[in-house]
Design a protein around this ligand. Structure first.
Ligand SMILES: NC(=O)c1ccc[n+]([C@@H]2O[C@H](COP(=O)([O-])OP(=O)(O)OC[C@H]3O[C@@H](n4cnc5c(N)ncnc54)[C@H](O)[C@@H]3O)[C@@H](O)[C@H]2O)c1
Ligand SMILES: [Zn+2]
Length: 363
């Protein structure tokens, strides 16, 4: 079992616990760090059918009252209507200020459950139990919660840190191949932008990781959570450092949008975005050719297709300009500086970017 402490001062610091098969201990862990409470589990039918009983049993064995509420599976249900339903469930279940909401699922469940917890009775505690690779290494830690508005992703949300995060890496064994691969895109991101040793470890363990070998998966999840927690502790509200986690995202979001969020997975779009950022870095002498080759090789080894969708370069560029993170018309991009470092640049120049996008499509 490994633990990471997210240090946000006296009242709001929390623990992330990582181990294989730890779902069975949810009740005990919760009782130890928070106490015996009434719990409402928010999940979706798929995840609940796989892991719900185990969590309920663990909570009840620790003497806790449990109520379950499900949202349908899918990003399109990460909306205010489902939040309303969850609030109704919370009222019906008689949740009090001292009660907890436990998110059991991927980032969609985690974001929606976190948001619901942040507004119910002006905010109650939320426990994250992430079950996808993306949610384990990224969304469950850091306290960003959100639901989508018809006109834009994650438009409505809050900052609400969880009180505890329980990561059972065994849950990843049932995850669909493309979902797992998507998560690996985010994993590589951490290495490229922040941690050279992690990048090297990924190169060494690529095959084991691809095969979801538990020891390798656990080690990598732990390393990523540690990085995320360091970054969040330093810059909780994304006024500076936390921005580095957007490596590959401005570009990736544009690809996702052009594909109507259907034809390409988020993590794979981020992987291609990371490659574009690396090519831009090379142009600016921030990254040598050998490093670009290593990054590409690692993605391929992990099973990322890296096939560039057939979109017009201008459309991709337009999409980047429309990203919600673009402020005051400044296109701010995170670039790798060597492997393991970063540089943030403003307005890299339209022609340069178009040129790189067009040439990357040939890769
Ligand atoms: N809050 C943040 O900081 C943050 C960061 C990154 C992403 N996000 C959000 O996360 C969401 C994406 O999360 P995601 O990639 O986890 O997608 P997801 O929650 O939609 O899960 C992907 C699919 O896997 C299924 N699933 C989940 N766990 C499983 C398991 N163990 N076995 C089998 N199937 C399982 C789900 O039912 C779903 O069909 C997006 O809405 C994104 O905006 C939030
Ligand atoms: Zn992402």
């Amino acid at each position: 079992m490994r633990e990471v402490w997210v240090d946000l001062g006296l009242d709001r610091s929390y623990k992330v616990i990582i181990a294989a098969g730890i779902l069975e201990e949810t009740g005990r862990l919760l009782e130890r760090s928070i106490g015996k409470r009434k719990v409402m589990i928010i999940s979706n039918p798929l995840v609940f059918s796989l892991y719900g009983e185990r969590v309920i049993h663990a909570l009840q064995s620790a003497g806790m009252k449990v109520h379950t509420a499900l949202i349908p599976d899918g990003e399109e249900y990460k909306n205010l209507r489902q939040v309303n339903r969850m609030l109704d469930e919370a009222v019906t279940a008689g949740l009090e200020r001292s009660s907890l909401i436990l998110a059991l699922g991927g980032g969609v469940v985690g974001d929606l459950a976190g948001f619901t917890a942040s507004i119910y009775q002006r905010g109650i505690r939320c426990i994250q139990v992430p079950t996808t690779l993306l949610s384990q290494v990224d969304s469950s830690v850091g306290g960003k919660t959100a639901v989508n508005h018809p006109r834009g992703k994650n438009m409505i949300g809050t900052f609400h840190q969880p009180s505890l995060v329980i990561i059972d890496t065994m849950t990843l064994t049932t995850l669909a191949e493309d979902e797992y691969r998507g998560g690996l895109g985010e994993v590589v991101k951490y290495g490229v932008i922040y941690d050279r040793a992690l990048f090297q470890l990924l190169e060494e363990k690529a095959l084991m990781l691809k095969e979801r070998e538990q020891a390798a998966v656990q080690e990598i999840v732990y390393r990523c959570v540690k990085i995320k927690s360091e970054i969040v502790a330093e810059d909780e509200r994304e006024s500076g450092l936390r921005m580095v986690l957007n490596l590959g995202h401005t570009f990736g979001h544009s690809l996702e949008k052009l594909g109507n969020y259907k034809s390409i997975k988020h993590g794979e779009a981020v992987a291609i975005g990371t490659l574009i950022a690396s090519l831009l870095s090379r142009e600016m002498d921030l990254l040598d050719d050998c490093s670009v080759k290593r990054i590409t090789a690692l993605f391929k080894e992990l099973g990322m297709a890296m096939s560039f969708p057939d979109y017009n370069a201008e459309d991709i560029y337009e999409g980047m300009l429309n990203d919600k993170k673009v402020q005051d018309e400044i296109l701010r991009i995170v670039l790798p500086r060597g492997i393991g470092g970063y540089e943030i640049i403003d307005n890299p120049g339209r022609d340069l970017l178009l040129n790189i996008i067009e040439n990357a499509a040939e890769l």
